[in-house]
Design a protein around this ligand. Structure first.
Ligand code: 0YR
Ligand code: MG
Length: 370
């Protein structure tokens, strides 16, 4: 399958309600910044990264896709996914200007587009290419009920509603004040009962002292994990926290490389591994992290940065993946959406990676790439 054309696209999709906030960001839209790769045979692949829908920076990613990376793909055999990953990721021209960031996000979009193409050409859903189905069901946990922008009463009502809908796991945001977040945690645990897994996510806001104080107060509420408690690159701090509390530490959504994960593994600073195929160099690099995690006997809970499209395939196919985040903002933009039924993700049926935008999404949400 000879690559004939690479084109970038940008969609800005509204979040649930008018806006959402975690401890560090308040947003109204999610950015789907992607690439379409066409081949001589007429098969096309789609892949994308995720952003906070800031158009000027989305256009930088689009430009990086169409200039820095696209030239290296012209005329290549699209089936050689790993070789092309190395060609783009180890391009000496980019090594100084971006071993992480825009170059990685654009690589993510292209790598996923290549996997999508490969699965489409084989006529199978991606999970079949990744080794086939290792589990009957992928358990979903709901993050969309737990934003810091939701007041206490609505938070409790939303948590109850999610459980009634069949979710057996939920996650609430923390990272405001320790007192407020402990009060909300207690109220949600009381409302959902002891069976539902209840995780918290700090999005890297607090320092170690605040995290320790929060954990002391949170331990009675059976917290499934504490996600991104500290600054994303602080390996030593996470290692200290992991030793000091009984609450498992989760992280990974803001790590760009397998090397970064390697350091957290080596320092025993992580219990739940959360790679994101839109933040790292695509699915190819996430697979590497899943394999490493599995070798260390650590469970993987892929992040929903790409709102689960590719990660549903990954989670059905990889033995390390235990549970998957659910945020529904962009799922309906794709022809094979990441749907949750009775608290579990539906097994994808269409050929490909589930990353093909619908004509409706194209018409409603498309932004100029330059
Ligand atoms: C806002 N999931 C997360 C939102 C969410 C973020 O940046 O995307 O809170 O992706 O932390 O675990
Ligand atoms: Mg998170």
């Amino acid at each position: 399958m000879k690559i004939t054309r690479v084109e970038a696209f940008i969609l800005h999709v509204p979040v649930t309600g008018s806006h959402i906030a975690d401890s560090t960001h308040a947003i109204t839209h999610w950015g789907v910044v992607g690439a379409r790769i066409d081949t001589e045979e007429g098969v096309s692949g789609h892949g994308f990264t995720g952003t906070h829908a800031h158009l000027p920076s989305d256009q930088l990613i689009a430009r990086c896709i169409e200039t820095c990376h696209a030239l290296l793909l012209q005329g290549e055999d699209a089936g050689d996914v790993r070789r092309l990953w190395l060609k783009l990721a180890r391009n000496p021209a980019l090594q100084w200007i971006g071993r992480a960031g825009i170059t990685t996000l654009s690589l993510a979009a292209l790598d996923v587009a290549l996997w999508d193409l490969k699965a489409k050409a084989a006529g199978v859903p991606l999970w079949k290419l990744l080794g086939g189905q290792v589990r009957d069901k992928v358990r979903a946990y709901n993050t969309d009920i737990g934003w810091l922008s939701i007041d206490d009463e609505a938070l409790v009502a939303g948590a109850r509603r999610a459980v009634e809908q069949g979710f057996t796991g939920i996650k609430i945001k923390v990272g405001s004040t320790v007192e407020r977040d402990l009060r909300r945690l207690a109220a949600v645990r009381e409302a959902v009962g002891p069976e539902v897994t209840l995780a918290v996510d700090g999005n890297g806001k607090w320092d170690l002292a605040s995290c320790l104080r929060f954990c002391r107060g949170a331990e009675p509420f059976d917290v499934f994990w504490f996600e991104e408690p500290l600054w994303h690159d602080d390996v030593k701090g996470h290692a200290q926290l992991a030793r000091a509390t009984r609450i498992p530490v989760a992280l990974g959504e803001q790590l760009y490389t397998a090397d970064a994960f390697g350091e957290f593994f080596a320092q025993q600073a992580i219990h739940w591994v959360q790679p994101d195929s839109t933040r790292m160099g695509g699915l190819s690099e996430v697979l590497q992290v899943c394999e490493a995690a599995h070798a260390f006997r650590l469970p993987v809970a892929p992040h929903a940065g790409e709102m689960s499209q590719v990660h549903v395939h990954l989670s059905y196919a990889h033995p390390a993946c235990e549970v998957l985040e659910y945020i529904p903002w962009i799922k309906d933009c794709f022809t094979d959406p990441a749907e949750v039924v009775d608290g579990h993700f539906r097994l994808p049926a269409e050929p490909g990676a589930g990353t093909t935008p619908t004509p409706q999404a194209w018409a409603r949400y498309r932004q100029a790439t330059a």
